[in-house]
Design a protein around this ligand. Structure first.
Ligand code: C5P
Length: 276
């Protein structure tokens, strides 16, 4: 019997430290090779099994987020086959390259698994390419079109500043604007990194192939990257996903907080974070 007690879940922001586009399938979806981590900032959800699904959206980033069947959290309840009463406290910007919607949907699936004692039905990638990696939010290599997930051993402590300049970038448009879709993958086997500086150094040999087309579509992303790369504590600055959110890696949380305080541009979402 499903429990009718509310289950609380955290839906962390997903960050693509690298994102290589290595091919294109006949259905138009792209093959990816990505190093994915999660931040300690995200959305919060309360999920209770119910006779009909109902979604309410609140929080600082609730504006414009649908509270009906268009919301991925609703589709997640349908996918699980368990109607639910879902309250979504939205903190992450939408359509931002940090997997907000996918992480929310994954959180609903985890909550329903806990409430019902059933396991999450397969095929979550049908809800979105970022769904599978968000189901167990921890450092992972993501391949295929997003459905092949290899969990990684814990990474060294890494900190970052996330910056979103307030523009929404449509993922399909970014993929469509790619000049080349058969780029080299990441290295065959990933090394172990003793500290953040070594990881950042290694990441310099990787790419986000979606960054150039996103910068073309939304030049303000280029402004964000230039601003971050000027910061003395910035080990590496790059865009996450299809943007527009960018990150700057730092060695300590204090450095991330100091950098975030300096980048106070009106209209920009700026967040110091720790990544795991
Ligand atoms: O699956 P999701 O809704 O996140 O994907 C949004 C769009 O991004 C897809 O419709 C597709 O155009 C593009 N995409 C892709 N290859 C992927 C993931 C997404 O082409 N691996």
């Amino acid at each position: 019997m499903p429990t009718e007690r509310p289950v609380q879940e955290f839906a962390p922001a997903k960050i693509n430290l690298s994102l290589h586009v290595t091919g294109r399938r006949s259905d138009g979806y792209h093959l990816l090779d990505s190093l994915v981590v999660f931040a300690d900032v995200g959305d919060h959800l309360q999920v209770t099994t119910a006779s009909e699904t109902r979604v309410s959206v609140t929080g600082p980033r609730a504006d414009g987020v649908p509270d009906d069947a268009r919301n991925l959290v609703w589709k997640a309840a349908d996918h699980f086959g368990q109607p639910a009463d879902i309250t979504l406290y939205k903190h992450l910007p939408a359509a931002a390259g940090i997997g907000g919607g996918s992480s929310d949907a994954a959180a609903v699936l985890r909550a329903l698994a806990q409430a019902t004692g059933r396991s999450i039905p397969p095929g979550t990638d049908r809800l979105g390419a970022d769904l599978p990696v968000c189901i167990a939010p921890q450092a992972a290599r993501m391949q295929g079109v997003g459905e092949l997930i290899t969990p990684l051993p814990p990474l060294p402590a890494i900190h970052a500043v996330l910056v979103n300049p307030g523009v929404e970038v449509a993922t399909p448009k970014v993929f469509a604007a790619l000049r080349s879709t058969d780029n080299p993958p990441m290295f065959e086997t990933l090394p172990q990194w003793p500290d953040a500086a070594t990881l950042a150094q290694w990441l310099r040999g990787t790419r986000n192939d979606l960054e150039p087309p996103s910068v073309l579509l939304a030049p303000v992303i280029g402004d964000v990257l230039t601003r971050l790369r000027r910061e003395p504590e910035c080990l590496l600055a790059r865009m996450s996903g299809s943007g527009a959110t960018c990150f700057a890696l730092t060695t300590t949380r204090a450095r991330a907080e100091a950098m975030a305080a300096r980048i106070a541009v009106p209209g920009w979402w700026v967040q110091p974070v720790t990544l795991t």
